[in-house]
Ligand binder design. Structure first.
Ligand code: BGC
Length: 268
């Protein structure tokens, strides 16, 4: 991306000064916007990528040029050893980690009748097991540091809405919902809050093929009372607020950011 320019928010508007974040899948889509927004609010940000490091490294440069602090970290969220290594690297660079954004996610449609085990497994591994491994590592770090912190999960409207051809994805997001609520109870005594953000239809690379098909895009819009696709900034701003002290009484909750999709507009 070249049409972006990052400026940190003015000091008195920063919600996350001194915080140390790790964002999974931070080099594209919602994750990328979240990295920039957290950095603009004063947080040091570890930008996770899997595969090519280029985009994450470019983002690090942009954040540093704006006066922020960032680091690119390689990790497959479904690999226990990768997760341990990435958290150790972020902890070493920033002196700890007190904010995790579980954003990494994949989706690929299959009807149940045709779904190969590998397709099921991949979605569950990245979306759900990845969230578990990262949450466990983050919670351990926060406990050891004796510093309160926040875990923000990027869930989906599909933690609530069934979706044909995406039963694996819905299983992962439905699983994430009760996983998040359960650990929110467990971690509350440690001062760790766990919250979820549930995006609806957002203009991101994951939706590229739908956005490029006028008919398919219109079908999605018919399900959105506010009548537009969401922007990544709609999600990123909410993540920054939920992670901040302003949301210190919020835990175990899901904030739907979906233009009203969960109001089932086609159900009359
Ligand atoms: C999916 C998108 C989809 C949206 C609404 C999201 O979780 O990632 O592909 O457009 O839900 O169905």
């Amino acid at each position: 991306m070249t049409d972006r320019s990052l400026a940190l928010h003015p000091p008195d508007a920063r919600l996350l000064d001194g915080r140390r974040a790790l964002v999974t899948g931070g080099d594209s889509g919602i994750g990328q916007a979240v990295c920039f927004e957290l950095a603009a609010h004063g947080a040091a940000v570890a930008i996770n990528y899997v595969g090519s490091p280029e985009e994450a490294q470019t983002m690090v440069g942009e954040i540093e040029n704006a006066g922020g602090k960032a680091l690119a970290v390689a990790m497959d969220v479904a690999s226990e050893s990768d997760v341990q290594r990435a958290f150790a690297a972020a902890g070493e660079a920033f002196g700890g980690v007190d904010l995790l954004v579980n954003n990494a996610g994949v989706e690929h449609p299959y009807e149940l009748l045709d779904m190969p085990l590998e397709a099921w497994q991949k979605v569950i591994d990245v979306n759900l097991t990845g969230a578990f491994l990262c949450a466990r590592e983050a919670a351990r770090a926060m406990r050891d540091q004796k510093s309160p912190g926040t875990i923000v999960n990027i869930s989906s409207v599909h933690e609530q809405i069934a979706w044909e051809r995406f039963s694996h994805y819905c299983a992962s997001k439905g699983g994430m919902k009760l996983f998040a609520q359960s650990i929110a109870k467990e971690l509350a005594p440690l001062g760790i809050r766990v919250v979820s953000v549930a995006p609806g239809a957002i203009d991101t690379p994951i939706n590229k093929s739908v956005l490029e098909d006028a008919k398919e895009s219109a079908t999605v819009l018919a399900e959105v009372p506010l009548g537009r696709w969401g922007h990544v900034s709609d999600i990123a701003r909410a993540v920054a607020w939920l992670a901040s002290e302003q949301a210190s009484y919020v835990t175990g909750a899901t904030l739907f950011i979906d233009g009203g999709m969960t109001l089932y507009p086609r159900f009359v």
